[in-house]
Design a protein around this ligand. Structure first.
Ligand code: NAG
Ligand code: NAG
Ligand code: NAG
Ligand code: NAG
Ligand code: NAG
Ligand code: NAG
Ligand code: NAG
Ligand code: NAG
Ligand code: NAG
Ligand code: NAG
Ligand code: NAG
Ligand code: NAG
Ligand code: CA
Length: 578
């Protein structure tokens, strides 16, 4: 035996831990042997016959927002598990780094919209930092089926297994199984496995769903533009359309874009740097009168018909911004109020584009008309009205009061599973967890102020009786919020292309968790525009950026009047809305 496997014998004899190659360990039998032992997680049975594992060499990623360009090898692993007594099947997908690249790290990832994973889109973000990375199908049938497709049962009730899997259970189970798999696979006995989460939008909400419930599950998390405060967030996608319907004015996309362009042009210099980026939407709120855009000329050329979204060819849009168009824009930015004038929700910042307000063109009436945002429409149709459509058929009779009632209904019905704004993070803090929470300041899908509201809820709930500055400083020791100048929803913004984007968030988080390097400012990179490839730093809330010396020096300033513009009194509700 020893003659046949001489090298093996020598290493065994001298107790040398032989560095294995990816091909040595990336086999079905080795992964089966690395699975968590039966009984490790009560109620969960892993199907060891479902394991697939194969090495992949020289995978390449480029031009991504959430991680830098890279070429890497990984072990592609998938298998299924079931919940005892439920007769279900949940699929898991892990990428494991080559043994020589493994850096004692594990990363869970999430999805977007109603999806619980991002296909292969988020997994590289772990691999390139030496982390095993995981994704789940939530038990929805396959990695490409999202929760909304299977949430409604044939008898017209909500599938609670799907709901809770989507809400928080599936990411939790993927995380505990993935951490154990990683430890076994890499023979970690006495070494610490650092565990992380990274996701944006729904993926950001999924991150918070874990941090709020399982305080010691991750050493750190990156949560971008989270789709939390779900009852409000989904319904607010319908608000822009209801504004247009209520005011009976349906601006052309070109008119809306003209208002946005004029807003950007006017508010760009307020931050001290005339660079095409509105880095201070708060100063824009304080100092810019949107009525000044009335009369601005606009022109957009003929556009051909498109299949997705279905649209007929559209004619030249040539005109000037109307008072009605500006009134619609102003009401959208103001946010939803009920008929008593009480505030029910917050909205997008000025300079964000008006995606929810996009009108649709009819080549029958030759006019622009109502568009119903399907993220919001499907929420009301399926999750609130329990109908099987993928959008509301109309907004007939839907008023600001209807929207407010829908917000209350969704909040109450799904508070324990989708609302995801539990503000007491004491277990996370006690476990030493760190959070980098970021949000594009020109996000057009999830209002930036939604993230500020949550940070503020955590601050006030966890540090009662302390001064604002003391409590903000205490919170910033472990949970920091960064508003990304000009950025759109989980992405850079073509209309403010000179803005930076924080592409290396996980690296920054790793440095914070493993080396104690506090991200006083958030590392970012210009991913487009005149400074392409260069570095930028983003101020941590509540500090706000201000440039001096003709835009050459950035300072992170404390500005009470600006901070105040981000805080809202939700007096349409009797309960506190965290
Ligand atoms: C796979 O699971 C079955 C059923 O739990 C068990 O009997 C078998 O020993 C397992 N096989 C391996 C290789 O672990
Ligand atoms: C990795 O595994 C998944 C799930 O089994 C499979 O769909 C995919 O094709 C595999 N990818 C590669 C590059 O082998
Ligand atoms: C992710 O999947 C897409 C589509 O299958 C493929 O083109 C791409 O190369 C994959 N990315 C990586 C890093 O494997
Ligand atoms: C809704 O559609 C899904 C998927 O097509 C189907 O499984 C379910 O039975 C339908 N529910 C109702 C109430 O029609
Ligand atoms: C609806 O169907 C599900 C799955 O078959 C079942 O568990 C549930 O009890 C049914 N609910 C009602 C109200 O019939
Ligand atoms: C873990 O240890 C086993 C047994 O010594 C060995 O076969 C395997 O290659 C090791 N795994 C890694 C990733 O080094
Ligand atoms: C708005 O500005 C962008 C460039 O930043 C331009 O492409 C677009 O045509 C402008 N739209 C209007 C309506 O002026
Ligand atoms: C903008 O004009 C409208 C209509 O004249 C007026 O009601 C509104 O108060 C004005 N807004 C501001 C901020 O001046
Ligand atoms: C309207 O648009 C549709 C879709 O592009 C096209 O099929 C149809 O011919 C158009 N009708 C008119 C009257 O232009
Ligand atoms: C837009 O309309 C105005 C007034 O009708 C006209 O003078 C101008 O030439 C048009 N612009 C374009 C680019 O078609
Ligand atoms: C809207 O309200 C009117 C008046 O109450 C009612 O007649 C009509 O049926 C309603 N339409 C819809 C679509 O509910
Ligand atoms: C910060 O970003 C720059 C590019 O802008 C990058 O080269 C550097 O590695 C990043 N730092 C960290 C800690 O990731
Ligand atoms: Ca600027």
């Amino acid at each position: 035996m020893c003659v046949l496997k001489l090298f093996w014998c020598i290493t065994q004899f001298f107790g040398i831990a032989l560095a294995q190659s990816l091909n040595d360990v990336c086999t079905t039998s080795y992964v089966v042997a690395s699975l968590p032992a039966p009984g490790t997680f009560p109620g969960i049975t892993i199907d060891n016959s479902s394991v697939a594992a194969s090495p992949v060499a020289n995978a390449e990623v480029a031009n991504e927002n959430m991680y830098p360009d890279a070429v890497f090898d990984y072990c592609n692993v998938s298998f299924a598990y079931s919940h005892d007594g439920r007769n279900d099947q949940v699929l898991l997908w892990y990428w494991l780094p080559a043994p020589q690249n493994f850096q004692n790290r594990y990363l869970s990832t999430g999805g977007g919209g109603y999806a619980i994973n991002s296909g292969n889109g988020s997994l590289p973000g772990g691999i390139i930092y030496g982390a095993a990375a995981g994704a789940t199908d939530g038990g929805f049938g396959s990695f490409s089926i999202s929760a909304d497709e299977v949430i409604l049962l044939a008898n017209g009730t909500i599938n609670r297994d799907v709901l809770y899997a989507f809400g928080y259970e599936a990411i939790h189970e993927m995380s505990i199984i993935g951490k154990q798999l990683t430890q076994n696979f890499f023979n970690m006995s006495n070494t610490k496995l650092y565990s992380y989460y990274q996701g944006c939008s729904e993926g950001g909400r999924e991150g918070w769903s874990q941090l709020q419930r399982f305080g010691d599950q991750f050493d750190g998390a990156v949560t971008g533009a989270p789709a939390f405060r779900y009852g409000q967030q989904q319904v607010q996608h319908l608000y822009s359309g209801v504004v247009e319907q209520t005011m009976n004015y349906f601006p052309s996309p070109c008119e809306l874009q003209a208002i946005v362009n004029a807003t950007i042009a006017a508010c760009d210099p307020m931050d001290g740097d005339t660079d095409g980026v509105v880095s201070r939407t708060d100063l824009c709120k304080l100092n810019f009168n949107i009525n000044s855009t009335i009369g601005k000329a606009y022109y957009c050329p003929v556009a051909p018909a498109t299949a997705m979204p279905p649209s007929p060819a559209t004619p030249v849009q040539n005109g000037s911004v109307t008072p009605q168009g500006v009134a619609v824009a102003a009401a959208i930015i103001d946010g939803l109020h009920n008929s008593k004038g009480q505030r029910a929700y917050l909205s997008y910042q000025p300079a964000a584009t008006f995606v929810d307000a996009q009108t649709t063109y009819s080549n029958v009436t030759n006019s622009w008309g109502l568009y119903i945002d399907s993220l919001g429409g499907e929420w009301v149709e399926k999750f609130l009205d329990l109908q099987n459509g993928t959008n509301l058929p109309s907004l007939n009779n839907v008023t600001y009061d209807t929207l407010t009632q829908w917000m209350i209904l969704g909040w109450q019905r799904y508070e324990d599973v989708l609302q995801t704004t539990w503000p007491d993070l004491t277990p996370l803090n006690n476990a030493g967890g760190k959070v980098i929470h970021y949000h594009g300041e020109s996000d057009n899908s999830i209002p930036t102020a939604s993230s500020v509201r949550y940070w503020e809820s955590v601050r006030s709930v966890m540090y009662p009786g302390q001064s604002y500055n003391d409590s903000a400083a205490a919170l910033n020791e472990w949970y920091r919020l960064f508003l990304v100048p000009g950025a759109a929803h989980c992405a850079p913004n073509t209309l403010q292309a000179n803005g930076p984007f924080p592409q290396t968030n996980l690296a920054v988080l790793i440095d914070w968790v493993e080396k104690g390097i506090v991200p006083t400012t958030l590392n970012a990179t210009y991913l487009a525009g005149q400074n392409l490839g260069q570095n930028a730093q983003i101020c941590a809330w509540p500090l706000r950026p201000l440039w001096t010396n003709n835009g050459s020096v950035m300072e992170c300033q404390y500005d009470q009047a600006s901070i105040d513009t981000w805080h809202y009194d939700m007096d349409a509700y009797k309960l506190p809305l965290y």
